[in-house]
Design a protein around this ligand. Structure first.
Ligand code: TRP
Ligand code: SF4
Length: 331
């Protein structure tokens, strides 16, 4: 039996290249080696965006189509939607009973996010409890590994503490809920068009399904080394977001060409950008083909989610039977 991997993403709608290189590419790779459970964390979206739900359904399906477009194979992975499995909420409630509030308050993302999303009222119970909901997501499938970025590592850590506490309180020497490990993965960091983190809300993203002309337009107006104003000015790739793209998309020869050309003013910035445009358009080609087939047949996407959800339900229910019985709720 392959060890189980579990990961989730908030339904932010159509995904961009930052999502692909930062997480999704790795998900595709992991499906060959592990028993992968990937899910749409739609309740998690509500922890911060509980007021604006208008795009929720479209965002869920746009994201799932991008997963499939990227090469997530429904024959290999269990793909599902969190809100279709109330078992997550049941485990969350039971774990909440013994979880100290201070554990949640000291999660680094808690104060961070309240600062960053200052326009929103996040003094809510749901937002405070969100790492515990994530713990329930993970523990209910007895996942061995959770592939997440650095920012999410504290959530896996709290999951381990929650599992340990549960087993100590109710396990009578047995491990009811196994502790998961973080699967730290080498992912490429791709900045946005302006050098900040790539994000749709910053308007600096390239979507996985942007058309080739759109990719070309976006990369051509991408920011470069701010000191390289004229074609004759020498530049420094380290100060240029285009260089970060070359690090992801270009081979050693092209990278050497960029370095020399940039630092001697031997090439112009538009010359430099062309191989990046070509590489992105080429990378997108199979995504576009797969997405087209799924978009032409939305029922097929719904069916994939349906099958995955029922598979997940079987596992979640089995865990909940053991959890209830450990606590003494099997009457
Ligand atoms: N919190 C994660 C994020 O914001 C999404 C998520 C929810 C998740 N539950 C999870 C990731 C369980 C891994 C495992 O990106
Ligand atoms: Fe950036 Fe390339 Fe222009 Fe140098 S030549 S500043 S690396 S775009």
């Amino acid at each position: 039996m392959k060890p189980r991997v579990l990961s989730g993403m908030r339904p932010t709608g159509a995904l961009h290249l930052g999502h692909y290189h930062g997480a999704l590419k790795n998900w595709v790779k992991l499906q060959e080696q592990f028993d992968c459970f990937y899910f749409v964390a739609d309740w998690h979206a509500l922890t911060t965006h509980y007021e604006d739900r208008s795009d929720l359904e479209r965002n869920v399906y746009d994201m799932v189509v991008d997963w499939l477009a990227a090469g997530i194979d429904p024959a290999k992975v269990t793909l599902f939607i969190q809100s279709r499995l109330p078992e997550h909420a049941e485990l969350f409630t039971l774990l909440a009973m013994g979880t100290p509030v201070s554990w949640l308050e000291r999660v680094p993302t808690y104060k961070d996010q309240i600062e960053q999303l200052r326009g929103r009222d996040l003094a809510t119970y749901g937002f405070l409890g969100y790492p515990l909901l994530q713990a329930a997501d993970i523990l209910i499938y007895r996942a061995a590994f959770v592939p997440v970025g650095e920012d999410q590592a504290p959530h896996v850590e709290i999951t381990r503490e929650v599992a340990r506490r549960f087993n100590h309180l109710y396990g009578r020497g047995e491990t009811v809920l196994p502790e998961p490990a973080t699967l730290l993965t080498e992912t490429a960091k791709l900045p946005g068009l302006d050098g900040r983190k790539m994000s749709k809300s910053y308007g600096n993203d390239i979507a996985m399904r942007d058309a080739p002309a759109e990719v070309e337009r976006k990369v051509r107006r991408m920011q470069t080394d701010p000191d390289r104003v004229r074609r004759t000015d020498k530049g420094d790739p380290e100060r240029c977001p285009v260089w970060q793209f070359h690090r992801v998309y270009s081979d050693a020869d092209t990278q050497a060409w960029v370095r020399t050309g940039c630092t001697t003013a031997g090439i112009g910035c538009l010359d430099c950008k062309q191989p990046v445009i070509d590489a992105i358009v080429k990378e997108q080609q199979p995504w576009r083909e797969r997405a087209e087939a799924y978009l032409a047949n939305p029922k097929q996407v719904q069916w994939i989610v349906e099958v995955g959800t029922e598979q997940a339900r079987g596992v979640a229910r089995a865990t909940m039977r053991q959890v209830r019985s450990a606590i003494g709720l099997n009457y």
